[in-house]
Design a protein around this ligand. Structure first.
Ligand code: SF4
Ligand code: SF4
Length: 188
């Protein structure tokens, strides 16, 4: 199996603090309104409790990325050495084909630049032996960057409720479900 980096999202640990999303914006100097990572509260239909639970999501660096196929100027590429899907802004012509094609909503269109952009898995940090900024910033280790083949994913989910089951793409992400709140009943 080829080396493939991906995200482990441990919703059991996530406290919805948005530090991962802010660390991403800070690391990549993202303009106002542009988000490469978003922390999504789970819908009440999926998590019907007064407590809230969250998935922190970005580009999934898919095994078979449709953004690569959709782009007419080959602005997307997948790194052979670790499976990271990189977007080259120099090549991008802002046609939004990738934005429309990605079932996970990962590429963002930047109207100021007339370019698309997305999570790069901080490949420059990976190349320097550093942890990507989002995972580095997470205070609870709810978000981790992992080598998928080294992950014991026996009790993890690939397509949990609320996450698009785009199996053809094989997104490089695994989830642990949020815990069910403890119900404490008063004694009669
Ligand atoms: S999540 Fe979307 S943008 Fe990211 S690699 Fe997959 S298809 Fe491409
Ligand atoms: S930093 Fe960690 S705990 Fe906070 S929202 Fe992101 S994943 Fe959840």
């Amino acid at each position: 199996m080829k080396k493939q980096y991906g995200f482990f999202i441990d919703a059991d640990r996530c406290i919805g603090c948005f530090t991962c999303a802010m660390a991403c914006k800070n690391q990549n100097r993202l303009e106002p309104g542009i988000k490469w990572r978003e922390v999504h509260p789970l819908d009440e239909a999926i998590y019907p409790h007064r407590d809230r639970a969250f998935y922190s999501l970005a580009c999934n660096h898919c095994e078979r990325p449709c953004c690569i196929e959709a782009c007419p100027v080959s602005a997307y590429s997948k790194r052979e050495k670790d499976g990271v899907v990189v977007h080259d802004q120099q090549k991008c012509i802002g046609c939004k084909n990738c934005v429309r094609s990605c079932p996970f909503g990962a590429p963002e269109y930047n109207p100021e630049l007339n370019k698309a952009e997305k999570c790069s898995l901080c490949y420059q940090r990976l190349d320097a032996g550093l942890t990507p900024a989002c995972a580095q910033g997470c205070p609870t280790r709810a978000l981790q960057v992992v080598e998928l083949s080294a992950l014991d994913d026996a009790d993890l989910l690939h397509y949990p409720p609320g996450f698009p089951a785009a199996k053809k793409l094989n997104p490089s992400v695994r989830f642990r479900s949020p815990r069910q709140p403890r119900i404490i009943r008063r004694k009669a």
